[in-house]
Design a binder for this molecule. Sequence first.
Ligand code: AP5
Ligand code: MG
Length: 189
Amino acid sequence: MKYYILFGPPGAGKGTQAGALAQKYNLCHLSTGALLRAEIAAGTSLGKQAKELIDKGNLVGDDVVEGMLESRFAQASGIEGFLLDGFPRTISQAEDLDRMLAKTSDKVEKVISIMIPDAMVAERIAHRAAIEGRADDASEETIKNRIATYHAKTEPLIEFYKAQGKYEEADGRGTIEEVHDAISAIMDK
Ligand code: AP5
Ligand code: MG
């Protein structure tokens, strides 16, 4: 199995890009945010715990997100691999992922980062708030905390994956098609 990571700040376009990429490269798209939102919608106890943290823009516990992913990895069939969106988000999650994949002699192939400036993050999230009604898009304070959490906890992963020679950057400021082409060029390298 091949494991690709779609990386980038909140609102960069990870979810927007993932569908077409997953189809093109026969990958299963796994968004930890979407999996958590499905748990919330289903009213599970996991969802109830996660909701409080998500609504404030804080990260959910490692065990919760890693458990959700590992069970999906185990069910893989008929695909080339996985396109991870929103995971890992901390150095400890990245280390846990490496350990998880080592069990099946797999590894992360590439980390593709969709880069946009913070001002554009706010703009895109505001645009999405009007369309999708996500609870964590509704308050200015939550959005600010998500951006701050990204810089404090997630951004250090750039150096982590650069050190492994796996980090690649796509300019996220263009149209959806332009960003797709930029990511495809990296996947095809
Ligand atoms: P998650 O769902 O991952 O949210 P996020 O990281 O904040 O990222 P977004 O989904 O907001 O952004 P995106 O990059 O997918 O952008 P999108 O394509 O929608 O996580 C939510 C929460 O769950 C976290 O805060 C945390 O609490 C928890 N969580 C998740 N994973 C976790 C983990 N691993 N550990 C712990 N907790 C975790 O695009 C945004 C908007 O821009 C859309 O309206 C789109 O139409 C538009 N757009 C996209 N591309 C373009 C373009 N090129 N031009 C113009 N508009 C565009
Ligand atoms: Mg998303």
